[in-house]
Design a protein. Structure first.
Length: 256
């Protein structure tokens, strides 16, 4: 299961059912889970933990030290969950001390070619990061989010659950959950109807979100007045609470 040309550090832990391809290098303090497939010419450095059933394609560089001028060799970590697909030339860096020293990737993510995930990013589960998506340091990506090709996300920005970004978008503020953002600099571009339908949202839930979109993004009200309007006109629900909580927690402002 391990190609004879692969180089594996003695301190690495590779599950007996994992496959390691030709010329791949597995460094110190790397843990690779069951049924993972590491193809040829992959570099993984630690401390890095990779969960079961992940596939990593050629020339990916995983768990290398962060591109952060404040980094001076301190111990930092990368955790990758289960069932992730990581395509060619992807780079995912460990954390930095200033950001908690831990980069995390969830489960069932589709990370396409040339994606860069910088230090201290927190990526949820069931996301799609299309080709050449770039996440600056400390970025947070919610569950089921889809980032179009060549999307660039500024440091410390957040992209909410079920959100969608158009291709070549420049994200400099937080993208609210369930919404579409597109452009350079990105602007709100509607509700992510297709993504919501594909993920099992009911017609009533989608209509509720459409009302949220119209009130918050199209009413012309300030953020605070729009939030008050939402609470006045809509019945309390988990969806409304998740939207309002996301807005209230924003540090960089919301794409509107």
């Amino acid at each position: 299961m391990i190609h004879p040309t692969a180089i594996i550090d003695p301190s690495a832990t590779v599950h007996e059912r994992a496959k390691i391809g030709a010329y791949s290098c597995i460094g110190a303090n790397v843990e690779i889970g069951a049924d993972c497939e590491i193809l040829q010419h992959v570099v993984i450095e630690g401390p890095t933990k990779i969960g079961p059933r992940c596939r990593i394609f050629p020339f990916a560089s995983i768990g290398l030290e962060p591109q952060d001028k404040k980094f001076h060799g301190e111990v930092s970590y990368l955790s990758i969950g289960s069932d992730n697909l990581i395509r060619e030339n992807v780079t995912i860096h460990r954390g930095s001390e200033a950001g908690g020293a831990h980069t995390r990737i969830g489960d069932h993510n589709w990370i396409m070619a040339y994606v860069h995930i910088a230090h201290d990013c927190q990526v949820g589960s069931h996301t799609v990061l299309a080709n050449a998506t770039t996440l600056g340091g400390h970025v947070e990506i919610g569950n089921y989010a889809v980032l179009g090709g060549l999307t660039a996300v500024h440091q410390f920005c957040r992209v909410g659950d079920y959100a969608l970004t158009g291709g070549q978008s420049m994200i400099a503020q937080d993208v609210a959950p369930f919404m579409i953002a597109a452009g350079n600099r990105a602007k709100a571009a509607g509700l992510n109807f297709v993504g919501l339908e594909r993920n099992g949202f009911s017609k009533d839930q989608i209509e509720e979100l459409n009302k949220i979109y119209r009130l918050f993004f199209l009413s012309g009200l300030s953020k605070d007045h729009a939030l008050l309007k939402l609470e006045e006109e809509l019945e309390p629900s988990k969806i409304l609470k998740s939207f309002v909580d996301f807005i209230n927690q924003s540090q960089r402002g919301i794409v509107r």
